[in-house]
Design a protein around this ligand. Structure first.
Ligand SMILES: [Cu+2]
Length: 470
C-alpha cells in the first residue's frame, strides 16, 4: 500500500519522469507511457509541472492524469480497460474504466492549451470518447458512427483540439453507451482560465466528483447493465459511504465543488452548515446576477454544477444527495414496510420453526445499522458508518465536509472527528417534563366542527416495496 505521503513524492516523480522523457526525440515518436492508478484513495492535487500554472483540483477518491509536453502540445494517454474498483474498503466491483480505475483520471488543462489525447482500447468491444461540453472540431466530438469510426478492440485513436472554454466538463464513451457507462466508464475534465476571469473565483480548495449508479446484487461483482431505474449502489466517483473520503478544508477557505451527473436520475446535492452559490455549469460560469444562495442544488442527468462557498463554520458537516434512497447501499429487495406492525405472536410461532428468526423494521430500520448481520461476501451494509456518537446509518452518496481551524493550507489529510466546544452538542433533557396544554384542556375546541363526527376509519399506509421507480 502506498501511503498518501509517499504519493506526494510519487506524483512529483511521475511528473519528473514525464518531463524528462519529453527531452528525448525517440520518446517523442512513441505514445506517452500510460500511467495507471492502483489505489481508490483521494490523491493529492497534481501540481502542474509544465505549461501555465494554476491551482489544481482534488478528485474525490480519484486522481489526475499526468501529461507530457510535446512541441507545445499537452499529451495524455487514456487506456479504456476492465478494472477492479474498490467501492468501499473490502468491497470490490468488476467495472470498466480508464487507466486502472473507474472513474478514469481527471484531465486538467488551461484555456488555450492544445491537447492531444491518445485512447487505447483494451475493452472486449469497440469504444469512443465524447468530450462533454467542449468546443471542438466536429470530428473530435467522439460520437461513434457519426463523427468517427468506433475505436476497434486493441487499437489506439488520437483526439486533438484546443481547450477553448474554461470550465467544468466530463468525458465518457459514445459507443455502446448504455453498457459502457453502466460499467463505469467516465471521467472529469477541468479547464482553468488562462488569466483572471471576472466570473471565476480563485478558490483555496477545488474538489470534483461524478455521480454514477450501479446495480450489483449483494455478493456479486459485475453490474447488471440492462438496468435503467432500479439501481442499488449510488456513488460519488464509484465509491459508496463509508468508502467516500471526507472533503477536508481549512476554516474560512473558499471552496468549490464540481459535480457531474452520469446516472439515470437527478441528485439534489445538499451541504450542511453553509449556503453556497452555483457559480458555473458545464455551459460555463454563471452571470453574477443569476446566483442566489442555496443549500441544495439539483444536478439533473447529464448536467454539471459548480457549488461555491466560504467554509466559515467549523465542524463535521454532512454532504449528501437528498434522495434518502440514494444514501443507502444495496439491500434485499421486497422488504415491506413494517413500521408499527406488532409481530409478537407471529414471531413466537415462526421461532418454533426457525430459531434465529428476526423481525426487521417494526420500530423503523435503524436497528439494521447497529446489527451485525451476516452479509454475503463482497458487499457493504445497507446503512452504516461509525461516527463519534454511534452509527451514521448512511450509505451511498454521503460524505463529510470537515472544516477545521488548524488545517494547514494544501493539507487534505483527515483531521479526525470534530471536537465540539463544551455545551454545543444536543443532549438529553433531564429536567421536568410539563404536560402540553391541549385546546380541550384549555376550555374547549377553538374551531368547532360543523358536522357530526362519523365512524373513525383507520388507514394503513404502505410504501411500495423494493427500489423500483426512483
Ligand atoms: Cu441521489
Amino acid at each position: 500500500m502506498v501511503s498518501r505521503r509517499d504519493f506526494f513524492l510519487g506524483a512529483s516523480a511521475i511528473g519528473a519522469a514525464v518531463a524528462t522523457s519529453a527531452v528525448s526525440r525517440v520518446a517523442m515518436a512513441a505514445l506517452p507511457e500510460p500511467v495507471l492508478q492502483a489505489s481508490a484513495d483521494t490523491q493529492p492535487p497534481l501540481q502542474p509541472s509544465s505549461g501555465r500554472p494554476y491551482n489544481p483540483v482534488v478528485t474525490l477518491n480519484g486522481w489526475t492524469l499526468p501529461w507530457r509536453m510535446n512541441n507545445g502540445v499537452k499529451e495524455f494517454h487514456l487506456v479504456a480497460e476492465p478494472v477492479v474498483r474498490e467501492l468501499a474498503p473490502g468491497y470490490k466491483a468488476h467495472l470498466w474504466g480508464y487507466n486502472g480505475q473507474s472513474p478514469g483520471p481527471t484531465i486538467e488543462v488551461v484555456e488555450g492549451d492544445r491537447v492531444r489525447i491518445f485512447v487505447t482500447n483494451k475493452l472486449p468491444e469497440h469504444t469512443s470518447i465524447h468530450w462533454h461540453g467542449q468546443r471542438l472540431p466536429n470530428g473530435m466530438d467522439g460520437v461513434a458512427g457519426l463523427n468517427q469510426p468506433a475505436i476497434p478492440v486493441g487499437k489506439t485513436f488520437v483526439y486533438e483540439f484546443v481547450a477553448r472554454r474554461p470550465g467544468t466538463f466530463m468525458y465518457h464513451p459514445h459507443a455502446d453507451e448504455m453498457v459502457q457507462m453502466a460499467m463505469g466508464m467516465m471521467g472529469f475534465w477541468v479547464t482553468h482560465p488562462k488569466e483572471h476571469h471576472p466570473l471565476i473565483n480563485e478558490v483555496d480548495r477545488d474538489f470534483c466528483f461524478l455521480l454514477s449508479a450501479y446495480d450489483i446484487e449483494p455478493g456479486a461483482y459485475t453490474p447488471k447493465i440492462m438496468q435503467m431505474l432500479d439501481f442499488n449502489l449510488w456513488t460519488f466517483n464509484s465509491r459508496v459511504f463509508p468508502g467516500i473520503d471526507p472533503l477536508v478544508v481549512r476554516h474560512n477557505d473558499r471552496v468549490r465543488l464540481r459535480v457531474g451527473n452520469l446516472t439515470m436520475t437527478n441528485h439534489p446535492i445538499h451541504v450542511h452548515g453553509h449556503e453556497f452559490e452555483v457559480t458555473g455549469t458545464d455551459g460555463g460560469p454563471t452571470p453574477v446576477g443569476s446566483r442566489w444562495p442555496e443549500v441544495t442544488a439539483d444536478v439533473a442527468v447529464g448536467q454539471m454544477r459548480q457549488l461555491e462557498f466560504i467554509a466559515d463554520e467549523e465542524g463535521d458537516w454532512a454532504l449528501h444527495c437528498h434522495k434518502s434512497h440514494h444514501t443507502m447501499n444495496a439491500m434485499g429487495h421486497d422488504v415491506p414496510t413494517l413500521v408499527g406492525v406488532d409481530h409478537r405472536d407471529m414471531t413466537r410461532r415462526i421461532t418454533k420453526l426457525i430459531p434465529d428468526y428476526m423481525v426487521m423494521g417494526e420500530r423503523g430500520m435503524a436497528d439494521m445499522a447497529e446489527m451485525q448481520m451476516p452479509l454475503p461476501d463482497n458487499t457493504v451494509p445497507m446503512m452504516t458508518g461509525d461516527g463519534p456518537f454511534g452509527s451514521v446509518e448512511m450509505g451511498g452518496m454521503f460524505t463529510v465536509l470537515k472544516v477545521r481551524k488548524g488545517q494547514p493550507a494544501g493539507d487534505f489529510r483527515d483531521p479526525g472527528w470534530f471536537k465540539h466546544p463544551p455545551g454545543t452538542v444536543a443532549r438529553e433533557w433531564t429536567g421536568a417534563l410539563g404536560e402540553p396544554a391541549r385546546s380541550n384542556q384549555a376550555g374547549g375546541q377553538s374551531m368547532p366542527r360543523q358536522e357530526a363526527v362519523g365512524e373513525t376509519v383507520e388507514v394503513q399506509v404502505r410504501k411500495p416495496s423494493g427500489h423500483a421507480g426512483h
